[in-house]
Each structure stands twice: as structure tokens, then as C-alpha cells.
Design a protein around this ligand. Structure first.
Ligand code: UT7
Length: 335
């Protein structure tokens, strides 16, 4: 009997309407369109506005769209995993709230927190449940309302991030398609360079933590940049070598969208051309757990059954990794 693999059978995303441009940011902090564009490649990002709307609002919209386009009844979903660093609340898990809003009752739902790599950690985890034969329909959602933890008085971080959600459906296949391999690594020593200081059990929220602005993203940009470039490239090149993938054999490289310079450096190390790389950071910024599903959704039309694709991410933790997959359907027929 052929081995069961997990195939991506649909992808959908949702972004808020509000577009925060570099020019508007320049009215809020001491920055410029020129600095942000040359240092990051970002021109605009989406921001979720509205009282009472959090990460689950975006995640649920992405999941509802995914159910509709894959013709899936909510009762058919066995498992929903949400990758996020901006949960609606400390508990319950945002996966529970998204599932409830999307009409998915009594399935298995949980969150994964691996910062920007959460999306690939969650995708690999979702795939394992399919490969084991345990489940038939598993949804992975990557969703983050980064505007809820971005400090709009700190020009070094607030210009990078945006809000979005993306959802991916995984189903079993015995064809030569689907998720072939994953490499994931982490290094907790990296936490000093990228974290949120307060609001957890070490430093619960207090007037003092609010006054000290400790509920926002703390990032040592240059240190994170150096690790991101080397780790994301190392793991992507390792994946190519492991599976004898020559640069010309790769249909698409789908990198986490953290900084255009990190993406370009990684592509150079892989020996691939710019036209093989999905890049939409200029319009959405760094949406943390949503960047890869957001790219797959935007490029879906161009994806062909059998396409060799490598996904790669790097994020807080530090966490990083790569997934090698063969695309499972002709995207044009799937909108
Ligand atoms: O999502 C996964 C994890 N995150 C990442 O992968 C992010 C990795 N890091 C980066 O992308 C970059 O380090 C940043 C975009 C965050 C910063 O870019 P950089 O080229 O590393 O800038 P820098 O921190 O070295 O700062 C250079 C200068 C500094 O001024 P001085 O000290 O040279 O006078 C900063 O104060 O640029 C200044 N600066 C800014 N100037 C205008 C920093 N942010 C801004 C800004 N506008 N927004």
C-alpha cells in the first residue's frame, strides 16, 4: 500500500481593508518612505480596525472562505490548528474561537506559538495527523493582529508589521504529491533578541509594565537580521541538497516575508532567480504567522499540480525551518 501523504487541497486568506502607508507612518514616527522601502521593501501594510475585533476575526474569515471554496461542511473538519503570537486572549486558544466562529463544532483545536515560524510548525504538525491516518481534513490557520503589539512610537519596529490571516486545507493522498519533508529547528537562547517583555507569568501586566511600554514587540533588529539570513538560507539549501533539487527544478520558493533583503539573500544562497520567489511584502509587510498562506493564496492561480515548492521561515524563539512539497492541484480551477 502506498504511503499516505498530506496534500494541500485549498488555500484562502483575509486581510483588513485599512491600508497604512509609509507616508502615513512618517506622520506618526520619525521615518520616511525612502528609509522603509530601501531597508525593508515594505510600502504598505493592512491594519485591523474596529472595537472587539482581534486575531480570531481575521482567522475566521479566512477559514469560512476556505470551507466555501473547498466545498467543505464545517462538520467534516477533524482538526484546526492556529499559529499566532497575538491570541485574542491568554486563554482559551484562538483556534477554539476561530472554529466556533466558522461553525466547526466539537473538533480538535489548538494553538501553536513559534512566532513567525509558527505557520510552518503548524503546517508540519497538521500534516502529521493526516500522514498517521488519524484525520482526513485538517485546517492550519496562520493569523496575527500585529498592530495590537506594535509600538507606534518606536520607529524601529512599527514600520515592519501588518495584520492578516491565511488558512490551508490538508487532506490525504497516495499520489506523488503533497508534503514531502520538513526540517524544523529552534534555539531558545535567541529569545533575548526578540520578545514581548510583559504580560506573561514572569511579568504580569501592571501599571508599571504599561508605563514602561513593555507590552509591545521588543526586537534587536540587526541581531535578528543576521540570524534570519543565515538560518533561513542554511535550512533551504539543506532541503534542496537532501532531495537533489537543482535551482531550475524549483517552481516556487515561498519565504516568510520579514524583510526583502533577507528574502533576496536567501534566494541568492539557493541559486534561484527572483521570478521563482513569491514576494508580497511591499503590500502587506510582515504579518508574522500569515505571510506564507497569504503568498500561496495570491499566487494560487499560477500553481500547477506537481510544482516543486519550498516554504521557509525564521522567527522569534529563535525558530526556523523549511518544508518541501509538491503542489496538489491546478490553481486556476480552484478560485
Ligand atoms: O519576522 C521575523 C523576525 N524579524 C526579522 O527578521 C527582522 C530582522 N531585522 C530587520 O529586518 C532589520 O534589522 C530592521 C528593518 C528591523 C532594521 O533595519 P537595519 O538596516 O538593521 O537598521 P538598524 O537597526 O541598523 O538601524 C540603522 C539606522 C539607525 O540609526 P543610526 O543609529 O545609524 O543613526 C536607526 O535608528 O536607522 C535608524 N532607523 C530608522 N530610521 C528611519 C531604524 N528604524 C528606522 C526607521 N526610519 N523606521
Amino acid at each position: 500500500m502506498s504511503k499516505i501523504k498530506a496534500a494541500i487541497t485549498g488555500v484562502h486568506a483575509w486581510v483588513p481593508d485599512y491600508i497604512l502607508t509609509n507616508d502615513e507612518l512618517a506622520t506618526m514616527v520619525d521615518t520616511s518612505d525612502e528609509w522603509i522601502t530601501t531597508r525593508t521593501g515594505i510600502k504598505a501594510r493592512r491594519i485591523l480596525k474596529g472595537e472587539g475585533k482581534g486575531t480570531s476575526h481575521m482567522g475566521a474569515e479566512a477559514v469560512k472562505g476556505l470551507l466555501k471554496k473547498t466545498n467543505t461542511h464545517p462538520d467534516e473538519v477533524d482538526l484546526l490548528i492556529c499559529a499566532t503570537v497575538t491570541p485574542d486572549m491568554q486563554f482559551p486558544a484562538t483556534a477554539n474561537i476561530i472554529a466556533d466562529k466558522a461553525g466547526i463544532k466539537y473538533a480538535f483545536h489548538f494553538d501553536i506559538n513559534a512566532a513567525c515560524s509558527g505557520q510552518i510548525y503548524a503546517l508540519t504538525t497538521a500534516a502529521m495527523y493526516i500522514q498517521s491516518g488519524m484525520y482526513k481534513k485538517v485546517i492550519m490557520v496562520g493569523a496575527d493582529k500585529m498592530s495590537s503589539i506594535a509600538d507606534y512610537t518606536d520607529r524601529t519596529t512599527c514600520v515592519i508589521f501588518g495584520d492578516a490571516a491565511g488558512a490551508i486545507m490538508l487532506e490525504p493522498t497516495t499520489e506523488d504529491i503533497g508534503i514531502i519533508d520538513s526540517i524544523h529547528q529552534s534555539d531558545g537562547a535567541g529569545r533575548v533578541h526578540l520578545h514581548q517583555k510583559a504580560g506573561g507569568s514572569v511579568k504580569p501586566a501592571s501599571h508599571a509594565t504599561v508605563d514602561a511600554r513593555e507590552h509591545y514587540i521588543y526586537q534587536e533588529g540587526q541581531a535578528v537580521f543576521r540570524f534570519a539570513v543565515s538560518r533561513m538560507a542554511d535550512v533551504s539549501v539543506e532541503m534542496m541538497k537532501k532531495h537533489n533539487i537543482e535551482p531550475e527544478d524549483l517552481a516556487w520558493f515561498v519565504p516568510h516575508q520579514a524583510n526583502n533583503r533577507i528574502i533576496e539573500a536567501t534566494a541568492r544562497r539557493m541559486g534561484i532567480e527572483k521570478k521563482q520567489v513569491m514576494i508580497n511584502i511591499q503590500r502587506f509587510g510582515n504579518t508574522t504567522s500569515a505571510t506564507i498562506p497569504l503568498c500561496l493564496w495570491e499566487w494560487e492561480d499560477k500553481l500547477m499540480k506537481g510544482d516543486n515548492i519550498i516554504l521557509a521561515a525564521f522567527g522569534g524563539g529563535f525558530t526556523w525551518g523549511a518544508i518541501y512539497l509538491k503542489w496538489a492541484y491546478n490553481g486556476k480551477n480552484h478560485r
